[in-house]
Design a binder for this molecule. Structure first.
Ligand SMILES: [Zn+2]
Length: 105
């Protein structure tokens, strides 16, 4: 993250680093506060590619299964590549009545 030089938009305003949505993926990008022009630095593009791969690995429809007396959802094998293994701790948090998020600890 040594790349701290200021980038100027064609409209004359300096771009600001901001979490923004690109192809439905939330990622850091350089955004013009005036005209919303958006571009990625080399590091941001690298990060975006990793997030894109993560979405490809996790975004899918799954079925709730029975695990002993509990309910479970299996996770795709590809998550190993992102450091998720048997025993990995996760935090489950409700978002609304129909969704919850699972955060890898
Ligand atoms: Zn601009």
């Amino acid at each position: 993250m040594a790349n701290r030089r200021k980038m100027k938009c064609d409209c004359g305003t300096y771009l600001k680093e901001k979490e923004t949505e690109i192809e439905h993926i939330l990622t850091k990008a350089m955004v013009c506060p005036t005209c919303t022009f958006t571009t990625l630095t080399k590091d941001q593009a690298k990060e975006f590619r990793i997030r894109l791969e993560f979405h490809k690995a996790i975004d899918q429809e799954r079925q709730v299964i029975k695990v002993g007396n509990s309910m479970g959802i299996t996770l795709p094998e590809k998550l190993h590549e992102f450091g998720v293994n048997i025993g990995t701790k996760v935090k489950i948090e409700a978002i609304d009545q129909k969704s919850f998020r699972v955060e890898i600890r």
